[in-house]
Ligand binder design. Sequence first.
Ligand code: ZN
Length: 375
Amino acid sequence: MMSSIRLAAVAVLLAVPSRAFGEDEVRIAIQSGSAAVTVSGKSLTIFDAEVGDALFRGTGKAQAKLTREGELLVIQAPGLPVRKAKRVLVEAIDAVYVDKGVYFGRLEVGPDPDGKKGAILVINRLPLETYLLGIVGSEMSPAWPEEALKAQAVAARTYAMQRRMMMRAAHKPYDLASTVLSQVYKGAERIRPSVIDAVRSTRGEVLSFDHELAETLFHSTCGGETTSAKSAFGRAIPYLQPRRCEWCKASNRYAWHLSFPLSEISTRLERARLVRSRLEGFERPGGASKVAVKEKKGQRNLSPKEVRAAIGYGDLYSDRFSAKTVGKKVEIEGKGFGHGVGMCQWGAKGMADAGKNYRQILEHYYAGAKVRRAY
Ligand SMILES: [Zn+2]
């Protein structure tokens, strides 16, 4: 976690009026489903989000605990009477701490509409450019070359704006989640001077195609060639086509070998209801589009994508693999890490190391899309 001196320094750097540039806030779901949330920070203040009254004002470093009681949130802080509200806004000087994370901007805390009864949803509301400071350093190592960080900043900005449009049209309480399925967001923890430079020097820049925001998907490592949106998601997108990539060879996920006990794969596929009984075989010859799983009562074909979701995104690195069952083990040879569509992040690093700039990187992976300024 960042020291408070460093956090304060970053907060000062960020003190640029963002509204003046037509940049809007984004709403990031940072925690959902929990029964209790602890918030803390310097001069912590909690407002009733419906009526605007301050329910709690801390002096110095203060802390409060939020739990649910029916439709209401219960706010408890040492030495203060218990307060209740439907939804609250939480603010603090520099940053707000939530359980183990630290976040710039404000928090909105309320009932979790998708969670079980009594669950709490925590949303971080902050200007888009500030959010990008948290995302670029979470998605890429801040030690990577500047041009790669800049390419990531433009791709992440475009992605966030595109998602925000979609989620607001669907009247969702937040615009983005903070998991690997959305973008990896670690709040204020990964902000470094290199990241601040990358975000600031590309401020307002997005990728567009046909006067619309491009769908700037990205992933860790393609393993030699990126995947088309058509083959990954069944939807053809002109600028998300297979692109040769020699640049990601330095990634330790460029080519890999994994060995799983057949029983373990069986358990995970059963849990995901992809198969009904214990597996006797799991096969995918090189180049085959489906995985053939053998059960007692016969064989069925599964898509590599559903197999990866069932085994786990972190355990089976991509859906670009071949597999064979040898005795009680499944031997898997694969390429890349992630869905393989759009920008290859290790490839972007390789291109930057070879002297390419961020526009060349973006034009390589999103061929046909153009960099333009949104604000
Ligand atoms: Zn690559």
